[in-house]
Design a protein around this ligand. Structure first.
Ligand code: PLP
Length: 474
């Protein structure tokens, strides 16, 4: 492909993307394809000769788009929002076009410097304390990771290392292997599955503790678990708390958990993958109560913050402890002007992901982001009022953009309604089992969503409920 073809292809691609986004409301939110459909349409071997980009564009239209779940459709109410916006799309293009990767400052100064600066902007937008800033006098700082899962793993690994060092320093005769097998970490039963997985990867037993009636992990539960485990000779090293659980967007009690972590010298990692974006609005900053006890804090800018994936922001109170865990001891220290981000992560290099954040923050401005968040939350409140006005349903939880509600009928009926809705492919909602109840889980996701879209989705749920109840009466 020469440069003229590249420009032609790029123009056509941008036209395609703009039309795709603007017309997404017209596309069925769920695809109507059978498993293996693409393998039947596409050849089994790669082309020997290069093809024209025009053929690829045809395939995009005829084979790829029909097999897509439309994550940005206003009728997509499953999982969580997934970040996408025009500035972030262009940011991705620049990232790919510039194609720089960086480990340390020397390998690409702008990549490191922009990340350092933009992570500080972001920390300030969320209202994180000064100690977490790269520019603070202390050892705090932030770095972009690939995913919330990876951020949790990093927090857990550093917590594991810190506890190992602590136990060894007070018991110099103990061997590492004797200590490591006894380490234990805690999270709630409502935390994302990636938290339990991080325990498997880090070889630390991750205990899933029960939550209170609001889905929140409380200090008393943690206290009791630690007491029992210590009696059994185990060594508590880390707590992963959720600000916004995946199911109902519940909030663990950071203040209660934090006090215990401080006393026990346990690492406290916060997973605010979705809900972290709400902190851009000062009225939700109360969620940060207890942040003074937190060692690492993570949220996914690639969820609700309008940045295309991947872009997961992770801050540490003390990056020296991270470096102590991850930095190879034989590395010769050069004079440093800036944080050594490469030692705060698992991969060696980083792509230029800060560009996406920088574009989004500059083009939306803080006020634009706040408007987006408040719009989603006001639509969630509107949806809640629609559910509440229908006596067949009961709202069980409602937090930020996530509403979970149930039908006052048997679960089998709920199951039938969900199946019918899925078959019709007009909206995408998911079931969620919460405290032994089958719920409808409805999330405001798309950046294109309007009040009319929410009402349209509600009509689909309501009419399918009527249909199923009618057939049962017949
Ligand atoms: N944590 C929470 C609360 C989530 O909801 C999710 C995904 O939805 C994750 C972690 C995992 O995010 P990622 O795919 O970025 O690892």
């Amino acid at each position: 492909m020469d440069v003229a073809q590249f420009k032609e292809f790029a123009d056509a691609s941008l036209d395609f993307i703009a039309d795709y986004c603007e017309n997404i409301r017209q596309l069925p939110v769920l695809p109507n394809v059978e498993p293996g459909y693409l393998s039947r349409e596409f050849p089994q071997t790669a082309p020997q000769k290069g093809e024209s980009w025009k053929h690829i564009m045809e395939d995009i239209n005829t084979s790829i788009v029909p097999g897509l779940t439309q994550w940005h459709s206003p009728y997509f109410h499953a999982f969580f929002p997934t970040g996408q916006s025009y500035p972030a799309i262009i940011g991705e293009l620049f990232m790919a076009g510039i194609g720089a990767v960086a480990s340390n400052w020397e390998s690409s100064p702008a990549v490191v410097e922009l990340e350092v600066r933009v992570m500080d902007w972001l920390a300030k937008i969320l209202g994180l304390p000064e100690e977490f800033l790269n520019s603070s006098d202390g050892p705090g700082g932030g770095v972009i990771q690939t995913a919330a899962s990876e951020s949790t793993l990093v927090g857990l690994l550093v917590g594991k290392h810190r506890k190992l060092q602590e136990v060894k320093s007070s018991n110099p005769n103990l061997q590492d292997c004797g200590i490591l097998g006894k380490l234990v970490a805690y999270t709630s039963k409502e935390s994302n599955s990636s938290v339990e997985k991080s325990g498997i990867i880090a070889s630390v037993k991750m205990k899933l503790l029960p939550t209170d009636a609001d889905g929140s992990l409380r200090g008393s539960v943690l206290e009791e678990a630690i007491r029992k485990d210590k009696e059994d000779g185990l060594i508590p090293c880390c707590v992963v708390a959720s600000l916004g659980t995946t199911g109902t967007c519940a909030f663990d009690n950071i203040e209660e958990l934090g006090k215990i972590c401080q006393r026990e010298n346990m690492w406290l990692h916060i997973d605010a993958a979705y809900a972290g974006t709400a902190l851009s609005c000062p009225e939700y900053r109360y969620l940060l109560n207890g942040i003074e006890y937190v060692d690492s804090f993570n949220f996914n800018a690639h969820k609700w913050f309008l940045v295309n994936g991947d872009c997961s922001a992770l801050w540490f109170r003390n990056t020296k402890q991270v470096e102590d865990a991850f930095k190879l001891k034989n590395i010769v220290d050069l004079p440093q002007f800036l944080p050594e981000l490469e030692h705060w992560q698992i991969p060696d290099h980083r792509r230029f992901r800060a560009l996406k954040l920088w574009f989004v923050i500059r083009i939306y401005g803080v006020q634009g982001i706040q408007k987006h968040v408040r719009h989603h939350i006001s639509l969630a409140k509107h949806f809640r009022s629609l559910v509440e006005s229908d006596l067949r349903f009961e709202v069980i939880t409602s937090n930020l953009g996530v509403i979970c509600f149930k039908l006052r009928q048997s679960e089998a009926v709920t199951q039938r309604i969900l199946e019918n809705i899925a078959k019709r492919r007009k909206i995408y909602i998911m079931p969620y089992y919460y405290k032994k109840q089958l719920l409808f889980r409805f999330v405001i996701c798309s950046r294109f969503i309007t009040v009319e879209d929410v009402e349209c989705s509600w009509r689909e749920i309501s009419s399918q409920t009527s249909e199923v109840l009618k057939t049962l009466e017949e």
